[in-house]
Ligand binder design. Structure first.
Ligand SMILES: [Zn+2]
Ligand SMILES: [Zn+2]
Length: 349
């Protein structure tokens, strides 16, 4: 076994603290990665605090926005070599056989994903441990290549926040001539603005107040509106081809559906705590669609990373030592970060 160090929590009520554990010896197709950076995703907090249905697995080492360097490869590895800059996202395996996996849509694996942490390996019993640690062992088919020209720390959140926005923007054809609105300018939303802008779309940010307007324009937004101003919803009626809703706060989706053009789509990527009522009328009048989207497959995640390399897109981050992770969690909950915390794994040593 390979000895690993990291930060873990032993139950839903405890803060994270130092933790030693073992990773598997690399198998034929495994890559051993020295983790340099790991982003903090809001879902890390939900899972560490067991807020998603009471099935969290403890002890838990969170983290699925992993950036690092290959330090060792198994005998059968062909895609990666020692020294390569690589990333790992939200999952580290899937069944590889179902129609979703065969179609390269492994994020929708019909047999269920092996998530990077708080999950079980395909054997159904070995727990997975995430990126708040010094190294990880992952099958080469679930490892991503990071563009050489991008900073490693600011690339880490592309593995979850980046792909979560890239996939729906691509699927619903964001690009030149398309009007795209992003609801919320947080970790997800700021990536949505950067990516939609890089794709050539006309980008509008819909944010609670005008507080982040300057930031949004710097990130690539063409327009900015405060949703606390009710006239926003009359002014922008029937305006957008695509709206991506990144907020998990309870907002009235029907108001936003009315902002879609004929055949427009609103895609939900944030998960509100409670069910959200949806009226039929805004959907019927305008043949509009309401949809959801889950991260992206391995193939599309690589496409996203290559796109980011070509367009120089990374995340705006605040780099922290791992000793500050509990404090960072509190700040994420208060949306007090622009726009993603990334843990510097040097601080583990
Ligand atoms: Zn995430
Ligand atoms: Zn599958």
């Amino acid at each position: 076994m390979i000895q690993a160090k990291g930060y873990a929590t032993s139950n839903a009520k405890s803060p994270l603290g130092p933790y030693s554990f073992e990773r598997r010896e690399p198998r034929d197709h495994d890559v051993v990665i020295d983790i340099h950076y790991c982003g903090i995703c809001h879902s890390d907090i939900h899972q560490a605090r067991d807020e998603w249905g009471g099935n969290s697995i403890f002890p838990m080492v969170p983290g699925h926005e992993i950036a690092g360097v290959v330090s060792r490869v198994g005998g059968g590895v062909t895609r990666y070599a020692v020294g390569d800059k690589v990333g790992v996202g939200c999952f580290v395996d899937s069944c590889r056989r179902c129609t979703s996996c065969q179609a390269g849509l492994d994020q929708y694996c019909l047999e269920g994903l092996t998530v990077t942490y708080n999950g079980l390996e395909r054997d159904g019993k070995t727990p997975t441990y995430g990126g708040y640690s010094d190294r990880i062992v992952v099958d080469e088919n679930y490892v991503l290549r990071l563009p050489a020209n991008l900073a490693l720390d600011a690339s880490a959140p592309l593995l979850c926040a980046g792909i979560t926005l890239y996939s729906p923007l691509r699927h619903w054809h964001a690009g030149p001539g398309k009007k795209v609105a992003i609801i919320g300018l947080g970790g997800l939303g700021h990536m949505g603005v950067k990516l939609a802008h890089a794709m050539g779309a006309d980008v509008t940010v819909l944010s609670h107040s005008l507080k982040k307007e300057e930031d949004a324009r710097r990130l690539g937004a063409d327009h900015f509106y405060a949703t606390s101003d009710p006239t926003t919803f009359t002014k922008l009626e029937k305006s957008f081809d695509l709206i991506v809703n990144t907020v998990s706060a309870l907002i009235d989706w029907n108001l936003y559906l009315n902002l879609l053009k004929l055949d427009g789509t609103m895609v939900v990527v944030g998960v509100p705590e409670k069910e959200v009522p949806v009226a039929a009328m805004p959907l019927i009048f305008g043949r509009r669609s309401l949809a959801g989207s889950l991260i992206g497959g391995i193939r599309e995640t690589q496409e996203m990373l290559d796109f980011c390399g070509q367009h120089g897109v990374t995340c705006d981050i605040e780099l922290i030592p791992i000793q500050k992770v509990n404090e960072a969690y509190e700040r994420v909950i208060k949306s007090d970060v622009r726009y993603r915390f990334v843990i510097d794994m040097k601080s583990l040593k």
